[in-house]
Write a protein that binds this ligand. Structure first.
Ligand SMILES: C[S@@+](CC[C@H](N)C(=O)[O-])C[C@H]1O[C@@H](n2cnc3c(N)ncnc32)[C@H](O)[C@@H]1O
Length: 246
């Protein structure tokens, strides 16, 4: 007979919960009270990190994390398949949950808006672990606020367009857009800029990088030098009328 079968149920640890915590786009104050309170009580904190351990998510909450927490840096290696990394992370988190520990998974912006947390969410939920998602202030909302550029009004259709799409697809999506947020620029910036230019939308486009962080930069797209580059944490907002209130 297994230990579990012989141990009274009351002596077994109550399973912990994994929380996908939206922690906002960068400025530490843009975390919600709910996420902050969960962070204070979590036994374990997990977050995506680069190969060298650097993590924007961990950096955002630096001033909010109590001492002595167990930390799991989920190191994503560029160019390597991500599935085995998420498989291993979900197993590690699952062990803590089975031991009754609560795990906060830090998610930049909102967890379910293009957030990598969803890959853990799927694995943990399918394995039967309790998982909750706490929404956060998404970068798209933060970029609009910082730029003073409302995203959409009235019957505008707002599109979210990933920069890695092909030139043809970008042209098709942007061709009849009312309003768009183009994300994941990075090495796709020059291609995106070319399509915007060809469609005559440059004077309707605003560029912002690292919104709400101390290193934030923002500028009308047309004012950037022709050879400008963009980091991954950057975005272009476009509104066909120039301003959504017009
Ligand atoms: C994988 S998506 C994750 C989005 C995130 N879950 C959110 O809700 O904002 C990453 C993209 O979001 C955008 N992004 C995230 N944080 C940003 C910031 N602080 N400033 C500008 N863009 C940001 C960039 O376009 C980046 O390539």
């Amino acid at each position: 007979m297994s230990d579990a079968a012989t141990t009274p149920a009351s002596a077994l640890p109550v399973a912990g919960t994994a929380y996908g915590l939206g922690i906002g786009p960068g400025e530490p104050d843009l975390i919600t009270l709910k996420a902050y309170n969960i962070l204070q009580k979590a036994d374990v904190i997990a977050y995506p990190a680069l190969e060298d351990g650097a993590s924007l998510a961990r950096q955002i909450v630096a001033q909010h994390v109590p001492d002595g927490r167990i930390e799991i840096a989920i190191r994503i290696t560029m160019g390597q398949p991500a599935d085995p990394i998420y498989d291993a992370a979900a197993l590690e988190i699952g062990e803590y949950l089975k031991a009754g520990k609560n795990v906060a998974v830090l998610c930049e912006g909102d967890p379910f808006f293009y957030g990598s947390f969803m890959y853990l969410f799927g694995r943990l939920a399918e394995a039967g672990h309790p998982v909750q998602t706490v929404p956060g202030v998404s970068s798209m909302m933060a970029c609009a606020a910082q730029l003073g550029a409302p995203l959409a009004a009235r019957n505008d259709v707002l599109q979210v367009i990933p920069g890695p799409l092909s030139e043809e697809r970008l042209r098709a999506q942007l061709g009849d857009t009312d309003a768009a947020a183009i994300i994941k620029l990075g090495r796709h910036f020059a291609k995106v800029r070319k399509v915007i230019e060809e469609l005559g939308l440059t004077d309707r486009a605003r560029y912002i990088e690292r919104a709400t962080l101390e290193t934030q930069k923002m500028i009308p797209l047309g004012d950037l030098p022709a050879d400008a580059t963009a980091p991954y944490f950057s975005m272009i907002l476009i509104h066909r009328r120039g301003d959504a209130w017009r």
